[in-house]
Write a protein that binds this ligand. Sequence first.
Ligand code: TNX
Length: 502
Amino acid sequence: MFMVLPLVPLPVSVTEPTGMLSLTAATRIIVENDADAAASVLADVIAERTGLRPAVAGPGHDAIRPGDIVVRRTARQGEQYTLHVGDTARLEGADAGLFYAAQTLRQLLTDDREGWALPHVDIEDSPRFSYRGVMLDVARTFFDVDTVKAFIDRASSLKFNRLHLHLSDDQGWRLQIDSRPLLTERGSTAAVGDRPGGFYTKDDFREIVRYAASRHMVVVPEIDLPGHTHAIGLAYPELVEAPVMNDGLLAQAKELGEALPAAGEPYRGTGVGHSSVKIHGDATWDFLRDVLTELAELTPGPFLHVGGDECLGTAQADFDVFIERVTALTTELGKTPIAWHEAGSAQVAEGTIGQYWGSTTPAGEHADHARRFAERGGSVIMSPSNTAYLDMKYDAEFPLGLDWAALIDLQTAYEWEPTAIVDALPAQAILGVESPLWAETIETLDDIDQLIFPRVAAIAEVAWSPAATREWTSFRERVGGLGAVWDAAGWAGHRPSEIAWS
Ligand code: TNX
């Protein structure tokens, strides 16, 4: 008689519901052992969905009563949690685990004829992969701090724990750097088309980092190098090569119907691969040391992403020299470098993480490049562009998005297995999964929602849930039940008609 519980990502174990716990005006949240942060998240999500705001009772509270929700911080490690719902509800875990328990409870809230309730269940849960990322391209479109926070809210509700920010590209440089003030003064003014430019001050960036941390997301900042660097040239022309022109790039410009990038002028097109910093110049390396030092200081998380993609006019030997040196520099600054998989052609610094963005059927040298990171003691994040790219269209008619990698409907976003893409890459060398949202075709938070919902939920399950339990027919029922959760949060997005939405 019970509906399928709309839990996404599917927890490791969930018992069959046996009864209901009613939520009433008397429902309290009891906080034990400094679980205040999770308790307040829980109060917020319950109020958002039900209109009932439970009182929060801390140390010295009176006896626990039936109907209370107990949030208890335990010595358990990391992201695992348990959630019991019977006469009372009980959430247990460390800080991140409790946050995830609250997100799971949010999905369990149900409005039956008698009012709001939670089904009696026992849930034990922990993630499959430690790296569960989403990426936002703030270079092609500059998204303000509030929009980034909104993106964090959406991703963290599905238990993503990494926020990769693509902070620089040909169209714009988006982060204040004190030692190189012209980067933002001259390099941040443009974006794609007639969109406004913009950049984050250091305080803006710290605020994003703080907010992300409060939702258990680690910020992974990316400075894309050595290509995607036209905006650097607006500020410091001596550091960059003249725009590259070859047959491939000419054909690309023709297909896009766009003008070619011109030295010293902002680039507002969507082409890729024309630009590079001067790989052998000392001035370039002084610049990179200064920029990456400031970025490392601003970034509490362990990762710095140094790009490495689509250097279509750069000689292989020069590219390899650059990657070897920039990953070594990043390591020297105390951070773990991440680079797009092309960087696997080079002797990356030991421990460098590769981000694979090829197809689920690797072409050319893509698989070799991905394996290289594991051979060098690193690991790989899987972002296959034909299943995990949130900027691809759902279908040919969809008004937003690109289609160069694939059309990605919800089932396509769901039915892929991160360990089955690159042959002979050991399963333990797969650090996790990331879903990038490139911003050539999107301008607003509503556009973001259109492309991420519901596919981001499919990716969340790929990243979190045990492989053996993943099943499309189960997912499609459960995700449909999330429509009401997203509506209550004000997250619109796309609701494909093949799903029965609540
Ligand atoms: C490829 S995938 C890019 C980006 C574009 C994206 C658009 C990758 C590492 N680079 O420069 O924005 O396609 O889908």
